[in-house]
Design a protein around this ligand. Structure first.
Ligand SMILES: [Zn+2]
Length: 318
């Protein structure tokens, strides 16, 4: 009898305890959530012209899409761009750039992403402004609140103009991320203006550009001997280039010589280095021209995004 009484008492205390615990849990105030929401409810702090101001994603994102991708691109490519840019901005808002710790993003395309005002776009587009503005705004509103996640977090959804058959891995440039790996990209010279560019650099200009960053490079005597072997990575881009007894990265060669990408070959003849360069941009993440080719072939924006950011999930904010 005493045993049963003790058991009942224990059960009663346990039940009371659980309900008290449950009340404690549910009574906790909801943490202030930085979780993404629909565009109109997502407020961003933007650094522009030295000033910081608050804007909604609805206000801001169409100007990014319009500045980053030609408005003439297929609607599904524009939607893919809207989702990629929205995701990129959400990641930026969660991890501020070092040069603006108090702002979610800025308007410098080399730091965050490009943005154009409606006035600037109207001037650029002239008679096509109304139609183009409608196309870019539709790409945003039709994907309202949609973004890409990996492990539950918005991904670093970088993108570039065009690739040379395959995209670059982030590992080759900035450190490995599981969804920024080398994948095929379908654009060709038939799809992309200036897809293969020729750049001629005189030996004098070459020497000046390289020595400015690497003063100890041995660039004297016969210029035909200055360049050594280039090593290519799995995406067909130059990973390293031997120059004047030193080893530069392909990315450094691109920056110092203003090449459109690191997918290059080079020949020297008669005092001139002849570079042949394919594609435009760093090559990581979504290729915009590749997205447009995929859209023309019938792919939807979700297919395009899962191709260029493999292993990620497209989600919609509540
Ligand atoms: Zn920035």
């Amino acid at each position: 009898m005493r045993k049963i009484f003790l058991l009942a008492l224990a059960l009663l205390l346990l039940t009371l305890g659980i309900s008290w615990f449950a009340v404690r849990i549910t009574a906790q105030p909801a943490p202030e959530s930085a979780a993404p929401s629909r565009d109109a409810d997502t407020t961003l702090t933007v650094l522009q012209g030295g000033e910081t101001r608050a804007v909604s994603m609805t206000e801001w994102l169409p100007g990014v899409v319009a500045a980053e991708m030609p408005a003439s691109f297929e609607p599904e490519a524009l939607r893919a761009q809207a989702v990629a840019a929205r995701t990129y901005i959400l990641d930026r808002a969660a991890h501020h750039a070092q040069n603006h710790p108090d702002a979610d993003l800025c308007t410098d395309p080399t730091c965050c992403c490009a943005w154009a005002s409606e006035a600037a776009l109207r001037e650029k587009w002239g008679g096509e402004a109304d139609e183009n503005l409608a196309r870019t705004r539709a790409a945003v509103s039709e994907t309202d609140g949609q973004y890409l996640v990996y492990d539950g977090e918005p991904i670093r959804a970088v993108f570039h103009s065009s690739s040379a058959g395959t995209t670059e891995s982030s590992e080759a440039l900035w450190g490995a991320l599981p969804y920024l790996v080398s994948v095929s990209s379908p654009e060709t010279a038939a799809d992309v203006p200036n897809y293969v560019s020729a750049v001629d650099v005189s030996a004098d200009d070459f020497r000046a550009a390289i020595l400015a960053a690497h003063p100890s490079c041995a660039l004297d005597g016969d210029a035909a001997q200055w360049l050594g072997e280039a090593a290519y990575d799995e995406s067909g881009r130059v990973s390293t280039q031997a120059v004047g007894g030193e080893t530069l990265t392909g990315a450094e060669m691109r920056r110092l010589l203003s090449l459109r990408s690191t997918a290059y070959t080079v020949q020297y003849a008669d005092g001139v280095f002849h570079f042949t360069v394919t594609g435009y941009g760093h090559g990581v993440g979504m290729s915009q021209y590749g997205a447009n080719v995929m859209a023309k072939a019938g792919s939807g924006y979700a297919d395009i995004l899962s191709h260029y950011y493999p292993g990620t999930e497209l989600v919609t904010a509540p």
